[in-house]
Write a protein that binds this ligand. Structure first.
Ligand code: BDR
Ligand code: CA
Length: 310
């Protein structure tokens, strides 16, 4: 069983990613869920994380983290996720409460005390992870991999930059220059897993609370992507991370160098993907180019069905 910390800003697709990790199909040991400012403010993201954990009856700490990026002001995306950050499905206010302390310290403590190496799974801006690496660089030794959603060879927040990287490019730079093995799910691959109406219909036919919650998430998210980008459904970006941890063979990778642009006038927050190794720089990232879509959705269905089994 692999030890993971889910560092997120739920977020429709973050919620789906948590659900996959929590399923008995995943074989992941979730040490905790940490939250960060991203899709909406960190306090709203934390409430959403608590709601999802409660729905899943997941007994893991939920710890709130950074309320703003390292250097610049926060930017949020209510046009994609709604005012609450997880608009659409109705969930009661959580009874589960947030842990004392800060996500950055939680990450440091958990990594330090874990006997087995820990995998960090960031699906929001990289602020908490960067701060943990700055505050306690020695934890690198006990992190086997950072599996993240962010970036790509094109953008969705600017022409050059994807939202998670754009929001805190300085933090992303710390992470990409850390020397820790990185596995990156950028827009090139996440736009191959769009929950089109036929996928939503398949999910809707699964008769348990979790699948029905996911259906509602996908309906709201799909409409937002239709209104905003003209897509035929919402790409469940963040879910690629936990699907990979469960079934890495679904994806095709290239080991290459990725640098983070933090100065460009038009390209701030760009992940500069050196596909042809023009720089000669050492590869630092396992970059996901493609996914087997049919197999992905089949596994996704199996995961959701597993919540209805004893
Ligand atoms: C990323 O931004 C957020 O809106 C999603 O949750 C995902 O992590 C996609 O660009
Ligand atoms: Ca996210």
């Amino acid at each position: 069983m692999r030890n993971v910390i889910l560092d997120c800003d739920p977020g429709h697709d973050d919620a789906v990613s948590i659900i996959i990790a929590a399923s008995k199909k995943s074989d992941l040991n979730i040490l905790g869920i940490t939250t960060v400012a991203g899709n909406v403010s960190v306090d709203k993201n934390t409430i959403n994380a608590l709601k999802v954990a409660e729905l899943l009856k997941l007994q893991v700490p939920v710890v709130e983290g950074s309320s703003r990026p390292l250097v610049k002001q926060s930017e949020i995306a209510p046009e994609i996720h709604g005012d609450t950050g997880m608009d659409g499905p109705e969930l009661p206010e959580p009874t589960k409460v947030v842990e004392e302390g800060h996500a950055v310290d939680f990450i440091i403590e958990q990594v330090k005390k874990s006997k087995e190496k820990v995998t960090l799974v960031p699906t929001g801006p990289l602020t908490n992870v960067a701060l943990a690496l700055i505050k306690a660089p020695e934890i690198k030794e006990n992190i086997d991999e950072i599996v993240l959603m962010g970036g790509g060879t094109f953008g969705n927040w600017t022409p050059a930059a994807e939202f998670n990287i754009y929001v805190d490019a300085e933090a992303a730079r710390v992470v990409f220059e850390s020397g820790i093995p990185l596995t990156m799910f950028g827009l090139d691959v996440t736009h191959q897993v769009i929950a089109t109406p036929d996928i939503v219909e398949r999910v809707g036919k699964i008769d348990n609370d979790i699948a029905q919650f996911v259906k509602e998430l996908l309906i709201f998210f799909g409409q937002a992507y239709k209104d905003h980008f003209g897509f035929n459904g919402g790409p469940i970006h963040d879910a690629c991370t936990t699907m990979y941890l469960m079934k890495p063979e679904l994806f095709e990778f290239q080991h290459l160098n990725v640098s983070i642009e933090t100065k460009g006038e038009f390209s701030y927050g760009m992940t500069v993907v050196d596909k042809l190794n023009t720089t000669g720089l050492k590869a630092n990232t396992n970059f996901a180019w493609n996914v087997d879509q049919e197999a992905f959705w089949q596994v996704f269905e199996d995961v959701l069905e597993s919540f209805g089994e004893e």
